[in-house]
Design a protein around this ligand. Structure first.
Ligand SMILES: Cc1cc2nc3c(=O)[nH]c(=O)nc-3n(C[C@H](O)[C@H](O)[C@H](O)COP(=O)(O)OP(=O)(O)OC[C@H]3O[C@@H](n4cnc5c(N)ncnc54)[C@H](O)[C@@H]3O)c2cc1C
Length: 300
């Protein structure tokens, strides 16, 4: 099927894009077109106007400073995957990006498109929930900051208003000193080009990576495709905090995560199976994060 007719607009600045969103009825933003095109071709969305952000260069950036990483909405998956600065400071994000589909999707798809689409199976939503990111949203009326955790409300339903766009996301780096932090993004996937059955995004900060048994000061666990929104499981984090990583702690994580998730059954994975693998993948991801945190020569 072909999309319903629409008018294409190509603003050159955020301000122009926002004016178009404000003026036009039934307008939709277009970023990398790796999801919207499919939805429109199936006539599940029939916007009258597309406001194309591909000419808005000011949205395509990755800034790393002493306190935070800020990523523009039009940063491509490929740019995130290949960013050495992100690999040094927040390695979960390049690791999440490199597992998205194949090169053609990664060359075009964007951070803002992934958050805008808000698929609970998406890689960045889970990673950003684990990292406690903040979204910077803007309209002609002004800007507002929304913690990622408050943004995802229900299945593909978010706090984004019709006349707003996502400008960027920022993540504080203070909780993740590279010399004693490890992160991982681990997926169960049937094939490279599909969304994952379940993914786990985890981070661990230890007190002293050179100690015999480094103690975990802070653990983060979030799951993708395990509920109607990307899901952080703080009760599971508590099982491994305040001690070195142990078999008992990991067993408690598996049990708590499996009990906390509320996944939908899919053709190749029913709900029981997804509950089980959510626990198992949280465990695997934590093990990798801990190994990375205590390997002093490895960055997070
Ligand atoms: C075969 C295939 C496999 C995939 N596998 C995965 C996977 O494993 N993991 C994963 O995470 N993703 C996966 N994706 C999705 C991919 O990451 C998409 O690129 C992404 O979800 C949408 O990004 P986009 O830039 O293409 O957005 P678009 O398709 O252009 O837009 C998507 C939605 O976001 C809105 N939007 C875009 N930009 C903004 C903005 N700045 N502010 C507000 N709203 C905005 C649009 O209006 C639209 O509703 C896959 C896609 C395909 C085609």
């Amino acid at each position: 099927m072909k999309p319903a007719p629409f008018t294409h607009h190509r603003p050159g600045t955020v301000e122009e894009a926002l004016e178009l969103l404000d003026e036009l009825e039934e307008a939709e933003l277009l970023a990398g077109n790796q999801s919207l095109g499919i939805v429109m071709a199936n006539r599940l969305a029939t916007p009258d106007h597309l406001v194309d952000l591909n000419g808005v260069d000011e949205l395509e950036f990755i800034d790393v400073d002493d306190d935070a990483v800020r990523i523009g909405a039009m940063a491509r998956h490929r740019t995130i995957e290949r960013s050495d600065r992100l690999a040094e400071r927040l390695s979960m994000l390049p690791e999440a990006a490199e597992q998205i589909a194949g090169p053609s999707v990664r060359n075009q798809g964007t951070m803002g498109g992934s958050i805008g689409e808000a698929d609970p199976a998406g890689n960045y939503p889970a990673a950003l929930v684990a990292l406690e990111g903040t979204l910077h949203l803007r309209s002609t009326e002004g800007s507002r900051d929304v913690p990622v955790d408050d943004y995802f409300i229900a299945y593909m339903f978010t706090d984004l208003r019709e006349e707003e766009l996502i400008e960027s996301v920022s993540i504080p780096t203070g909780p993740f000193p590279p010399e004693r932090t490890g992160m991982a993004f681990v997926e169960l996937k049937r094939a490279a080009q599909t969304f994952p059955t379940v993914s786990a995004a985890t981070a661990i900060r230890v007190d002293d990576p050179t100690a015999d048994d480094p103690v975990i000061e802070d653990a983060r666990i979030a799951l993708a495709n395990a509920a109607d929104v990307p899901l952080r499981v703080e009760e599971a984090e508590a099982h491994v905090e305040g001690t070195p990583l142990s078999v008992e702690g990991l067993e408690a994580v598996v049990e708590t995560v499996s009990g906390a998730v509320t996944p939908e059954s899919e053709m190749h994975a029913d709900r029981d199976y997804k509950e089980e693998v959510a626990g198992e993948y949280a465990k695997r991801s934590l093990e990798t994060s801990y190994e990375r945190a205590v390997a002093t020569e490895t960055q997070c």
